[in-house]
Write a protein that binds this ligand. Sequence first.
Ligand SMILES: C[S@@+](CC[C@H](N)C(=O)[O-])C[C@H]1O[C@@H](n2cnc3c(N)ncnc32)[C@H](O)[C@@H]1O
Length: 381
Amino acid sequence: MIRTWRNSPWRDRLHDWRDRLLASSRFHRLAARFPLTRPIARRRSSELFDLCAGFIYSQVVLASVRSGLLDLLNEGAQPPDRLLSRLGLPEMAGQRLLEAAVALRLAEVRSAGRYGLGDLGAVLVAAPGVRAMVEHHALLYEDLQDPLALLQGERGATALGRYWAYAGNQAPDTLTGIEVGAYSGLMAASQPMVAAEVLDAYSLRRHRRLMDVGGGEGAFLMAAARRWPHLQGRVVDLPAVAERAQGRIDEEGLNGRLESLGLDFFRDPLPGDVDVVTLVRILHDHDDQEAARLLDNLHRSLEPGTTVLVAEPMAGTPGAERVGGAYFGIYLFAMGRGRPRTVAENRGLLEAAGFEQVRLLPGCNPLQARVIAAKSRSLSR
Ligand SMILES: C[S@@+](CC[C@H](N)C(=O)[O-])C[C@H]1O[C@@H](n2cnc3c(N)ncnc32)[C@H](O)[C@@H]1O
């Protein structure tokens, strides 16, 4: 291993010393009094407070969505008595929620004591995908009530495991429309934010035919087709999901250019008559062995030189460590399979399956996704 500052014993010693210092109440008193260290001490205690109180913040967000508070504010600024009378909560409770929403910038006080949307509230109401995720998190919240029981596997079937009906199912291709409906709808609602990032990061100008593997109801494929009118495409997913995708494609009048195909991407041959393949929010759903199996199956079906894009939030992303390490790490654990991978780990999986020229594309918002591009190479390796 190459010795760098990150893995040097000097850095460890320095951090041990820092930890001892931060644990000392005398140091805290001094740091809080000394003008140069006071802002650092305050910022650190505020960050720690937010870590401990985060569960309250997310429940305030949920209450603001579910009670209709954000929708009411979205109609325009209004006096508090009018707002509270329309909220359908006991007045004092409504007032408390409103104050919490102001503190979290979901709402804000405007002129003449009226209340309007805050800057974060305004973003939330304009993003149906975020709102759908806020509602969806109620399931994860259920699973996390006793986090140690979850981590020790004592909880048995989890709410998230039941929700993602293909997770742990030995015959996912037999799932019914009812079993896949909720998650497919959620994915379609949250897809526009991801699609915009991916399509900005990679131009499909040179490509003629796209296959979106595990493409759900076709939201990504349709966004790509709208962006690139010359493009033809196919979404492949479990039969019950592919049926929903076909319905959407027909509704949008795109059935001359786009189609859907139901199959099990681990077992069934994938049609290789395409020049670009996307895997959006797919690999991290699966344990290493399954992810490798899927990539092997895909590589076997493709012509040499076909481009593959892997787009998903990744672990160890500078500036977005919490997204991979904390959010997706715990989310996928509760779901019962998969894990967020680093760029290097995804590269390793792709290369082991036979892909080459693997490169990370710059420019994506890592909260939504990072995008890795690769090409299939000849099977005579
Ligand atoms: C997390 S969702 C992502 C959907 C879509 N790519 C997106 O980003 O909105 C994973 C998708 O993989 C599909 N899937 C899971 N297991 C599958 C399998 N064995 N064969 C085909 N599709 C599968 C699911 O039905 C689901 O649509």
